[in-house]
Design a protein around this ligand. Sequence first.
Ligand SMILES: NC(=O)c1ccc[n+]([C@@H]2O[C@H](COP(=O)([O-])OP(=O)(O)OC[C@H]3O[C@@H](n4cnc5c(N)ncnc54)[C@H](OP(=O)(O)O)[C@@H]3O)[C@@H](O)[C@H]2O)c1
Length: 231
Amino acid sequence: MRFHLITGASRGIGLELTKQYLELGDSVYACCRSPETARELGRLETQFSERLTIVELDVTRADHIQRLVDQFKKENVQLDTLILNAGVALPEAFGKWSEEAFLATLKTNLIAPALVAQALVGFLKPEAKVVNISSRIGSFDAKINLASDQDAYAISKSALNMLTMRLAAKEEMQGKVIVAISPGWVRTDMGGPQATLSVEESARGIIKTIESLSSSLSGSFLSIDGAIIPW
Ligand SMILES: NC(=O)c1ccc[n+]([C@@H]2O[C@H](COP(=O)([O-])OP(=O)(O)OC[C@H]3O[C@@H](n4cnc5c(N)ncnc54)[C@H](OP(=O)(O)O)[C@@H]3O)[C@@H](O)[C@H]2O)c1
C-alpha cells in the first residue's frame, strides 16, 4: 500500500489529487484547514473510509504541524509521497502593495512548505518523493505576466523553487526525490474559469510526472508532462 500526504486538499488541485490517488487504490492523508466545511472530502471519506484520513492542518500553524507529527509518531506512518500543494494568490497592484499581503503569501507558499517538509522528513520512506506545487510564473526564464498584479505570488513561487533545490541537497533527503511541479493553468478558484486545463487533467499529469521521477531529477522544476522548466 502506498501512502501520500497532500496539503490544501479541501478543493481545487489538492482535492483532485486526493480523489485520483484513492481511485488508484492508495491511501491518502488529506490535509485541510477546516475539515468540517470540506464537504467533498467528507463525501470521499464515506466512499473510501479505509484509505482516506482527513487531517486538520492549517499549514501556517506550528501547533497543527506538531499535532500531525505526534499522530504520525503514534501510528508509525511512512509516506511514499509528500505533496505540498496548499497555496494562496493575493493579487495587489503596484502602488497598493502591502506588507500584510506579501507576508501572508510568503508564509503560506514558502515558509509553510519548508516547515512542513522539515517536520515530516522522519516519516518519509527512504525512496519517498517530495513535491512542491509551484507555478511557471515563478520562472525567471519564462518571464510570465511580469506587469500583472501577481507580484507577491510570483516571488513566492520563485523562492519555493529555490527551496526545492536546497531541500534536495540536504543529507536527510539523500535517496529521496524532491521536485517542484507546475500544475499548468487550471480551472480552480485560483486559476479561474478561463484556464486551459481541468483539475482532472492537471492532477493526472502531476501523478504521472511523480510516478516517472528518477533520482537524477531531484532538485528540478518540472511541468505536468515531465519536462524540465528552466528556472
Ligand atoms: N490553478 C492554477 O492555475 C495554478 C497554477 C499554478 C500553480 N497553482 C498552484 O497549485 C496549488 C493549488 O492551487 P489551486 O488552483 O487548487 O487553488 P485553490 O482552488 O484556490 O485551492 C487552494 C487550496 O489551498 C488551501 N490553503 C490555502 N491556505 C492554506 C493554509 N494556510 N493551510 C492549509 N491549506 C491552505 C485552500 O484551503 P481552504 O479551502 O481552506 O481555503 C485550498 O484547499 C497552489 O499552490 C497554487 O499556487 C495553481
